[in-house]
Design a protein around this ligand. Structure first.
Ligand code: G6P
Length: 615
């Protein structure tokens, strides 16, 4: 999703903003641009495609090529804004790339979000003589500021804000005024406070190497940043607001590849550590955690509803199985994007948990807002500290998994399952259950280490696996969401059609697809009953001469039914509630190596965004 970054200070802001844009790449984008003041005029430089790679058309320079000469920045400016755009209104081209400059040339803006009433505003502005240079909704902001400008820049911005509907954060610079203004309503924005400089951006990534001091703006707030690191935070009405300065909770090392070819591979390998980070400070005082993380949890819980999108929803589905089976509380997991449109029936004693890596996913946030409005108990299981969902939820658990940069989520999923298990321990009044869970959690980092013993095998079989035209991922019970997540990874980064299915449903349709072009990927672990039933499904596929790849903790049993064209990955045994953590890792590796073999852009797959901040 779009990323914005702005700089005001003594250094060359072009360089700071350029580096910031590179760090925001993980959000996904299709075009990019920078705006700054040069010789009393606002200049913009834009390009389509990747910031540092010429991947659009031969001879079409990227942003880096446009900004640099002999490896050095050829422009210099102390007030700069930049943007990575993920197209919503208008095609990804230079005309629609940000910054957008007002017709007069006096103001330039970069915007993240959607201006819902832009069409009406555009018509009004056109009737006043404004000409639009792009097809974007964002451009109305620049013209409105220009329209309202009467020698007071801030007043013009404030008047503009009264006109805008939708979710947005934007930055604006003025040809005449030496300030950088940022504002937000519904989309994220934070302010890095450095030595004699201010950097305002969608998240902390662009400035974490320069300062760790941060202010998280709330909705309906704006910041006016000046030289010498001075800033004022105000309400949209102009009333001054005191904001707490916080510390960014991670270092620059956390957002570099650390020797791995891709962030995704690094993040897959980090999981021994990241799952530990999620449970370690909590397992030894579960009861205190109840008070700290989930204060005022209702005594008689009616239902536990997990809300999320993509990978986070699948972690929520794992939660649904755990809550019903072990806590004996009715539970469901819902796609936030469906939930928000069906006027759901929600009761006061429903406990709703938003599950989100970024904490910025628009549908998940809206779902949480709806259940809050209906009086349910709300909370969040979120990775990004200070994110919008975390703040809206007001309680719950952070994953402490560190920044996840690869667009395809990996370590967030496994930490989410830990967090969901911890939450469920609060519902289960059984000390031996809790003790067994704690013991198994403590063994997990070592067991995850063992899973990586299979990495070479997975790498070796990759050329054969990459030949398949489609994949059917099959799992039963708690392994069903694992099948969904495994298939999602293959789709996301290898661009091969893959479908996750409940293995019991296989004979109601998908079995018709079995042929030499499709590989069935089975996840067969856990309790005897479930193991046996899933194995029966495998036998059915084998009877139809289908090829299979099996993830299992009991190789001996499975092997009886396999032939030479089949593949087996042995994973360590754990309790069913934690098994999705172990079982997903070979599937993450499989998708990774197939994608790498096929030369895909693994960390930034086509058409995908890390953080989807529009509904
Ligand atoms: C996007 C990402 C997915 C992610 C989903 C939910 O689609 O590409 O990887 O699972 O959003 O994101 P969240 O940040 O809420 O977990």
């Amino acid at each position: 999703m779009c990323g914005i970054v702005g700089y005001i200070g003594n250094d060359n802001g072009i360089e700071v903003v350029f580096n910031g844009l590179v760090r925001l790449e993980y959000r996904g984008y299709d075009s990019v641009g920078i705006g700054f003041k040069e010789n009393g005029k606002i200049k913009t430089i834009k390009s389509v495609g990747r910031i540092q790679k010429s991947d659009v058309a031969p001879g079409m320079p990227n942003l880096e090529e446009k900004l640099k000469e002999d490896g050095k920045f050829k422009f210099s400016s102390h007030i700069v804004i930049g943007h990575t755009r993920w197209a919503t209104h208008g095609a990804p081209n230079e005309r629609n790339a940000h910054p957008h400059v007002s017709m007069s040339g006096r103001f330039a803006i970069v915007h993240n979000g959607i201006i819902e009433n832009y069409y009406t505003l555009k018509k009004e502005l056109e009737s006043k003589g404004y000409k639009f240079a792009s097809e974007t909704d964002s451009e109305v902001i620049a013209h409105l500021i220009d329209y309202f400008y009467d020698s007071d820049f801030l007043e013009a911005v404030k008047k503009t804000l009264t006109k805008l509907n939708g979710a947005y954060s934007f930055l604006v610079i003025s040809q005449k005024d030496d300030v950088l203004i940022g504002t937000k309503k519904g989309s994220p924005l934070c302010v890095g406070i450095g030595d004699n400089e201010i950097i305002i951006s969608s998240d902390e990534m662009p400035f974490v190497d320069r300062t760790k001091k941060v202010i998280y703006l709330s909705d309906n707030e704006l910041v006016v940043a000046q030289f010498n690191g001075k800033y004022d935070v105000k309400s949209f009405e102009g009333i001054n607001i005191e904001k707490e300065i916080k510390e960014v909770p991670y270092d620059i090392e956390a957002i570099t590849k650390g020797g791995y070819k891709h962030f995704m591979l690094k993040e897959i390998h980090e999981q021994s550590m990241t799952v530990k980070n999620t449970f370690i400070s909590r397992v030894d005082h579960i009861d205190t955690m109840l008070r700290d993380n989930f204060p005022n949890l209702p005594r008689n819980i009616n239902r536990v509803i997990y809300l999320g999108c993509g990978t986070s929803l699948y972690a929520g589905m794992v939660g649904m199985y755990i809550t019903e089976r072990y806590a004996h509380v009715p539970s469901r997991a819902e796609y936030a994007s469906e939930f928000i449109y069906r006027d759901p029936v929600i009761f006061r004693n429903d406990v709703c948990i938003a599950v989100s890596q970024s904490g910025e996913t628009a549908d998940t946030k809206e779902a949480l807002r709806i259940v809050k409005g209906k009086g349910a108990y709300i909370s969040g299981i979120v990775n990004t500290v200070g994110s919008q969902i975390a703040r809206l939820a007001g309680r719950g658990m952070y994953l402490h998994a560190g920044p996840e940069i690869g667009v395809a989520s990996t370590k967030a999923f496994t930490s989410q399952i830990i967090a969901i298990n911890l939450f469920n321990m609060l519902l289960i009044d059984n000390n031996s259950y809790k003790q067994e869970m704690i013991n198994e959690m403590k063994k997990l980092p070592m067991k995850i280490g063992e899973v990586f013993d299979t990495e070479d095998y997975i790498k070796d079989i990759t050329p054969e696996i990459a030949k398949y035209k489609s994949f059917l991922y099959l799992g039963r019970d708690i392994n069903y969401p694992v099948a969904l997540e495994g298939a999602l990874k293959m789709k996301e980064i290898a661009y091969i059609h893959a479908e996750g299915y409940s293995s019991g449903e296989m004979k109601h349709g998908p079995i018709a697809l079995v042929d030499e072009n499709m590989l069935s990927v089975f996840i067969i672990t856990g309790e005897k009953k479930i193991y046996q039933k899933t194995l029966n499904n495998l036998i059915e596929i084998k009877a139809r001469k289908g090829n299979v790849l099996v993830i299992t903790d009991n190789v001996g049993e499975v092997k009886k039914y396999l032939d030479n064209d089949d593949y087996v990955v042995r994973v360590p045994c754990t309790i069913p509630q934690l098994s999705p953590i172990i079982n997903i890792i070979p599937l993450q590796l499989l998708a990774y190596y197939v994608a790498d073999y096929l030369g895909r852009e693994i960390d930034k797959p086509r058409n995908l965004a890390k953080s989807v901040t529009v509904e």
